[in-house]
Write a protein that binds this ligand. Structure first.
Ligand code: PTJ
Length: 247
């Protein structure tokens, strides 16, 4: 991808670079136009969070890594924003945890599905699920209900970044462990997640990978302890407090 003409000294360099990636995603036919709106909403929350990872989010990222490593079958769900913002980082996280990658879109078209899968392969993905769509998430009447039976359909742990709330709820109903990355601690997805990660996808994903590498040799007992010691409500409260107080 070509970079925008933004000097690195610009105080909002990272934020402008991220915005440019989303714009480029739309131009490439990967990101939906609604993705631009989601990006704007995310930027506002990130600004209020000081554009950095809170200690409570770092802890949630470690817990997410432990869940991915313990899973029988983990899947990382990819939408148009995720594909534009962090394709290589998602491929690396999948490799570090043994998870599958699956494209799952709210505004699903075959063309976008194919383009996103090709984009992930260009970034090193060997296998990309989502195109078979021979499974369904019960209780959803839109395109996001379509999943691969041997992907999200049979996963025990699913990472769902930048999600809309109703799929998050439906996956929780199916008894899946849901790891959600969402900058809005009040969003329905964050509220229903087993592990809500209130952080920018761009910072969160490489940090989950770093934690997964760190925990690669951890025992089953150690991983269980990390997972069981997590308090989702406390993590959400901490993020909301940080946003309200703008420390
Ligand atoms: O590619 P598609 O067709 O599947 O569509 C995907 C979008 C993102 C358009 C769709 O899921 C959507 O409309 O999402 P929402 O309802 O706008 O929710 C997006 C949530 O992600 C909001 O709570 C934002 O604050 C948050 N968000 C936006 N950018 C980031 C983010 N969270 C973490 N990192 C970001 N970079």
């Amino acid at each position: 991808m070509t970079g925008p003409d933004i000097p690195e000294s610009h105080p909002r360099y990272e934020s402008l670079l991220t915005r440019h990636r989303i714009e480029e995603g739309v131009d490439l036919g990967i990101t939906s136009r609604q993705g631009l709106i989601a990006q704007g909403r995310g930027e506002a929350f990130d600004y209020l969070l000081g554009e950095e990872t809170l200690p409570s989010a770092d802890e949630a990222e470690r817990v997410a890594a432990a869940h991915l490593l313990r899973a029988d079958h983990a899947v990382l769900s990819i939408n148009g924003n995720v594909a534009a913002l962090a394709p290589g980082e998602m491929v690396e996280l999948a490799a570090a945890t043994g998870a599958d990658l699956e494209v799952n879109l709210f505004n699903r078209t075959e063309e976008r599905m194919e383009k996103i899968a090709a984009h992930l392969r260009e970034h090193g993905a060997e296998a990309v699920k989502g195109l078979t769509a021979d499974g369904r998430i019960p209780g959803l009447d839109h395109e996001r209900a379509k999943v691969d039976a041997d992907g999200i359909g049979s996963a025990d742990v699913v990472l769902v970044p930048l999600e809309d709330g109703d799929r998050a709820e439906a996956l929780a109903e199916m008894g899946k462990t849901e790891l959600v990355i969402d900058l809005n601690p009040l969003s329905r997805s964050a509220q229903t997640a087993t592990v809500p990660i209130v952080d920018n996808l761009i910072r969160a994903v490489p940090n989950i990978t770093a934690h997964a590498r760190d925990l690669a040799d951890a025992s089953e007992e150690e991983l269980a302890e990390i997972v069981e010691g997590f308090d989702a409500a406390a993590a959400l409260e901490d993020a909301e407090r940080a946003i309200r107080s703008m420390e």
